[in-house]
Design a protein around this ligand. Structure first.
Ligand code: FES
Length: 123
């Protein structure tokens, strides 16, 4: 990890998360933080699930779901921005940090800065 200034922390080269759905999980000052490419924008969240401390950001990234016309079939809509915790399947919106089923739960989010082809988070 390279620290730039007091609040900017190097995460990765921008080319590592160049495509929508890409992610990098980095150790930033002893804390695992993931940066995702969500539809071309970068979003950073803690790799920590508030349920039982699972590795949230190692889960699957999906879009919103809705039922089909018959009421039984499910399909994915929207951009892929919801991460599903691999331990017990709690789901969080990566762009807001909010649990998509219960607003009482959220994970920390961080500002992302791209400078000279390098991706940083600031906190
Ligand atoms: S630890 Fe993430 S859902 Fe249980």
């Amino acid at each position: 990890m390279v620290t730039v200034g007091e609040n900017r922390h190097y995460v990765c080269d921008e080319s590592e998360i160049g495509d929508p759905g890409d992610r990098v999980i980095a150790d930033v000052r002893g804390q695992e933080i993931a940066v995702f490419n969500i539809d071309g924008g970068y979003h950073a969240v803690a790799n920590y699930c508030p349920h039982q401390a699972g590795p949230l950001c190692e889960g699957e990234l999906r879009g919103e779901m809705e039922t089909g016309d018959d009421g039984w079939e499910w399909r994915y809509v929207d951009i892929k921005k919801n991460i599903t915790c691999p331990w017990h399947a709690w789901k969080f919106d990566v762009t807001t940090g909010r649990n998509i089923n219960d607003d009482h739960y959220a994970v920390p989010t961080y500002d992302v800065v791209v400078d000279g082809g390098n991706v940083y988070i600031s906190f």
